[in-house]
Design a binder for this molecule. Structure first.
Ligand code: SF4
Ligand code: SF4
Length: 82
């Protein structure tokens, strides 16, 4: 299911992924590096007129909470909270 919300949260153990789509400039660094391939391009623009990312999980592709997307994002659009 494609998530287009401004704030996506995924609980994986003790970690929580928090995403602000309005901070995303659509560079897709995270999309290209996500080992689980759960990051996709959104079809709707954000307030900066960019196509931000969204998260799409399925039965065989789920976010593991590895934190790579959070570490690589130059705009701090994704962060891992405990
Ligand atoms: S790395 Fe950050 S700015 Fe780039 S697409 Fe991902 S969330 Fe958006
Ligand atoms: S935490 Fe890891 S698995 Fe989850 S979306 Fe980010 S890069 Fe992908």
């Amino acid at each position: 299911m494609l998530r287009e919300t401004a704030k996506a949260e995924k609980r994986r153990g003790l970690q929580r992924l928090i995403y602000n789509r309005d901070l995303c400039k659509g560079c897709y660094l995270c999309l290209n590096l996500c080992p689980s391939q759960v990051i996709v391009k959104s079809k709707e623009r954000n307030r900066h007129d960019a196509y931000p990312i969204a998260f799409e999980e399925s039965s065989d592709r789920t976010c593991t909470g590895c934190g790579i997307c959070s570490m690589i994002c130059p705009d701090y659009a994704i962060r891992i909270a405990g």
